[in-house]
Design a protein around this ligand. Structure first.
Ligand SMILES: [Zn+2]
Length: 223
């Protein structure tokens, strides 16, 4: 193992994965590569890949795996990823994981650790169905604090609840997630890359736990 930090962040919707991913990327000084962000960025800049992706999105179709892989390859080639990267939102399926592995083998940057934020279904349903979002800044008003306020604690904006954030739709989303992710978890477990982190608690508690485990993993890997 070299000293590059190449990692993937997995976790169910509502587990606070994005927030934790930002913290990990900051701590290890690597770019946080979110597939949502690179898609939006390429579409906005009207790059060749972005235009292709847009044609799928406009048709209401999922952007195919090979296009996402090409976008990730392009992103990794930008200089800031020389010391590593943290992938967020990809891979979601086993097929994507295999395609990613092929790409990273070519780049000689294999994945060193896969962090799985572990939160049980009841807790996810509870969190999402009690979630209030800000109309102004788009942030989650009670994220991590569990506090319910009348206005956005970040900017004072008006709060609302997403219509599809009901217990039933959340349960459906979770089922899809579990079905897709179970083989992925098994795959990375088999490669001895999976690091499960208990995702219950405040944002600080969870990142503290995660950093402690990552350091231990890192020391044993490097030592
Ligand atoms: Zn706000």
């Amino acid at each position: 193992m070299d000293n590059r930090f190449t990692a993937i962040m997995l976790g169910p919707p509502g587990a606070g994965k994005g927030t934790q991913a930002v913290r990990v990327a900051e701590k290890y000084e690597v770019p946080h590569i979110s597939t949502g962000d690179i898609l939006r960025d390429n579409v906005a800049r009207e790059t060749e890949l972005g235009l292709k992706a847009r044609s799928f999105m406009e048709g209401g179709d999922l952007v195919p795996d090979d296009l996402i892989i090409a976008l990730i390859a392009d992103r990794i080639e930008q200089g800031d990823a020389d010391s590593g990267f943290l992938l967020d939102g990809f891979p979601r399926t086993l097929a994507q994981a295999v395609a990613l592995e092929d790409l990273l083998r070519e780049k000689e940057m294999p994945i060193e650790v896969v962090v799985l934020l572990d939160v049980n279904d009841d807790e996810i349903v509870r969190r999402i169905s009690s979630r209030y979002l800000c109309r102004d800044c788009g942030r989650d008003a009670n994220l991590g604090t569990g506090m319910i306020t009348d206005v956005c604690p970040h900017c004072g904006g008006e709060l609302y609840q997403r219509e599809d954030d009901t217990a039933e739709t959340v349960q459906n989303r979770l089922q899809v997630y579990r079905r897709q992710t179970a083989p992925l978890v098994e795959y990375y477990e088999g490669k001895n890359l999976l690091m499960k982190v208990d995702g219950i608690g405040s944002i600080d508690e969870i990142s503290g736990r995660m950093f402690r485990d990552l350091e231990r993993e890192w020391e044993s890997g490097n030592g």
